[in-house]
Ligand binder design. Structure first.
Ligand code: MG
Length: 272
């Protein structure tokens, strides 16, 4: 049995008035912005989708003219959460799955004058042209967030299982873990290809079932309110916001405990 300590203080069960630290048998980690420093990769991906979307619009639908292309740039940047400061940590690129981003793209294309079938086809073509940038490109390959390997080692030593819950696809999750030589630390993953996907609380229950651990004996760490609210609704004991994965601090609700960096977390063994 183990307890998590945040800045030296034992963490109690989220929303509970019961005294005493929560027992934690497993920690469920979000990937992008939590396990991985994904911002540079996500920014490159979103910018490439804007460029390719506009290029394909001009090539396939020249009758819409240059004004439609200029409007599309603005619409896609807003849809993706791209601005002069980079990628918004609560925006579509940062939080949503590939297919939700694809629907956002098709919606923007409708707004500049395409019908839905043409918009969806062009959005698909745009994503196919840019998918290789999603974590696999050598220049933007995401690294583990600072201090993560040490925390994972401590959890392993304490007998606490670890799992990934992400809206990336299985191949993307596995490629990241392998690139950082972290795969041995994770006993299970729950991806966008699992049903249901996050932020449905049943995604947490599905992952807990894979681990054989009750949600009441888990912690979940994420960098988006959707992760944290999901954990709360799923009955997860310890719900932690992580804010060090972004240049801009993610806007996390204050009722959740928040970790500024992995060094603030430690593990204590207990008998309860
Ligand atoms: Mg995230």
């Amino acid at each position: 049995m183990a307890h998590l300590l945040l800045r030296g203080e034992p963490l109690q069960a989220h929303g509970s008035t019961a005294a005493g630290p929560a027992t934690v048998e497993a920690v469920l980690f979000d990937k992008d912005g939590t396990l991985s420093s994904s911002e540079a990769m996500l920014q490159a991906l979103a910018e490439a989708r804007v460029v390719h979307g506009c290029r394909l619009l001009a090539k396939d639908h020249p009758q819409l003219g240059q004004a439609a292309g200029s409007e599309l740039v603005t619409l896609l940047q807003r849809a993706y959460g791209l601005d002069a400061h980079g990628v918004h940590p609560a925006g579509t690129t940062a939080v949503a799955s590939r297919d939700h981003n694809l629907i956002s793209t098709a919606t923007a294309l409708c707004q500049v004058g395409l019908g839905w079938p043409e918009a969806l086809e062009l959005a698909h073509a745009t994503f196919l042209a840019t998918d290789d940038l999603h974590g696999q490109g050598s220049t933007h390959r995401p690294m583990a967030t600072p201090g993560l390997p040490s925390l994972l080692h401590q959890l392993q030593q304490a007998g606490v299982a670890c799992a990934v819950i992400s809206n990336d696809e299985v191949a993307g999750i596995e490629a990241f873990l392998e690139s950082q030589q972290l795969q041995a630390h994770f006993q299970a993953i729950w991806s966008a290809e699992h049903v249901p996907r996050k932020p449905d609380p049943a995604a947490v229950h599905g992952l807990c079932a894979l681990l054989g651990v009750a949600p009441e004996r888990c912690a979940l760490v994420g960098d988006a309110n959707s992760d944290l609210v999901m954990a709360e609704r799923a009955g997860v004991a310890v719900v932690l916001g992580y804010s060090a994965g972004w240049r801009r601090r993610p806007p996390l609700a204050s009722r959740f405990a928040q970790v500024g960096n992995w060094q603030e977390l430690s593990i204590a063994s207990g008998d309860s």
